[in-house]
Design a protein around this ligand. Structure first.
Ligand code: KG4
Ligand code: ZN
Length: 342
């Protein structure tokens, strides 16, 4: 590969309910477009069939907008990247088919990116400002709507999952608690906002007892549900009257469980740099708690910018950039995988 030829990649992310496209040139993001899907709000969760249809409608305009924002045409591209998994199969298929056709039409390489690696490598996205990045090896708490993992990152494309959830993911715990309180999907950001006005000690929910390297959120959800059912029997307006306190208390419990496990893993793996990523890493209480934990344990803490926490294509683009440099390309037979480990 010649050094003077720029590496310009178009990356597409369509694993769940966001249709996203980004352009990266020599590791620097030139465009980052996300179209979210409001259609799921009233259903209390993502409806896979509706998500695929919305991706189909959004993908061409989103890619066009990304190319325009980057100030390039498709003929300037060196490769096309897409999310190969994990995710919803119907959603992944839309991005994969689009990326394959475009790469074939332009006769350029195709790069299949793991969504979870993308969340982690979001820490290496370079945009306008100079920023510090984690040094290898580092430990990352990956918390999204579909995953909760502890990952040791040894190099850009060399990662090991050292802990994970036995049942629900942290984002699911937020969303399900929100659904129980009658909040729209996704409830995580709403709970975060309301919690700021509430008392986190108002109500106590039992913390799960699981192995050091495991998380579990289904018990928290059940105790929250049973508690509310009991309260509503005596006061129908209990949730409305106590909404901010309920949000603060459930958020405190979820974050406490995450932090307890993160602390144990930091001690065990003895790394100097620690990070969080994924949609739930946008949570303000988690962000400030991890910053405090880092101070207490004398570790360097890395927290992504808000726009790179929830699903986006910039994280797929930076991962694709490292894969391009490693010549990690896929052929047209590559198939999306709903379940895919790091
Ligand atoms: O990473 P992401 O965008 O999609 C997946 O890969 O799953 O994560 C979405 C999840 C949702 O469950 C959403 O409620 C949660 O991230 N989330 C938050 C916040 N922002 C997004 N949870 C708590 N507090 C937030 N501020
Ligand atoms: Zn995600």
């Amino acid at each position: 590969m010649q050094n003077d030829v720029p590496i310009t990649i178009l990356a597409i992310e369509s694993s769940c309910d966001d249709t996203a496209a980004a352009v990266i040139k020599d590791g620097k993001i030139l465009a980052n477009i996300v179209a979210d899907q409001k259609v799921h709000e009233k259903y209390g969760g993502v409806v896979p069939e509706l998500a695929s249809r919305a991706h189909q409608q959004n993908i061409v305009p989103v890619v066009q907008a990304a190319l325009e924002q980057a100030g390039i045409t498709k003929n300037d591209l060196s490769a096309i990247a897409f999310t190969v998994g994990p995710g919803l199969m119907g959603s992944l298929l839309v991005g994969a088919s689009f990326a394959k056709s475009l790469a074939l039409g332009l006769n350029i390489p195709l790069i299949a990116v793991n969504h979870m690696q993308g969340h982690i490598l979001a820490h290496f996205i370079k945009d306008e400002e100079e920023q510090k990045v984690p040094s290898f090896p580092f430990l990352c708490l990956t918390v999204s709507g579909g995953h909760t993992q502890l990952v040791v990152i040894k190099d850009y494309l060399e990662m090991e999952v050292v802990g994970s959830t036995l049942d629900d993911a942290a984002g699911e715990a937020f969303d399900k608690a929100g659904k129980i309180m009658g909040l729209p999907y996704p409830a995580g950001p709403i709970i975060d906002k309301k919690a700021k006005e509430g008392n986190a000690n108002a109500f106590q929910f039992t913390l799960p007892r699981v192995a050091d390297n495991a998380f579990s959120f289904s018990g928290i959800k059940s105790s929250f549900l049973y508690f509310l059912q009991a309260q509503v029997k005596t006061d129908q307006d209990f949730v409305q009257k106590n909404l901010n306190d309920l949000c603060a208390s459930i958020q405190y419990t979820i974050v406490k469980h995450l932090l307890d496990k993160f602390r144990k893993a930091i001690e065990k793996y003895d790394v100097q740099d620690i990070a969080i990523c994924g949609g739930v890493s946008a949570n303000t209480h988690l962000r400030s708690s991890v910053a405090e934990l880092g101070k207490e344990l004398d570790k360097n803490v890395f927290v992504p910018k808000f726009e790179y926490c929830t699903d986006n294509a910039a994280m797929i683009a930076i991962t694709a950039h490292f894969q391009y440099k490693a010549q990690d390309f896929s052929d047209q037979s590559v198939r999306p995988q709903a379940r895919l480990s790091i």
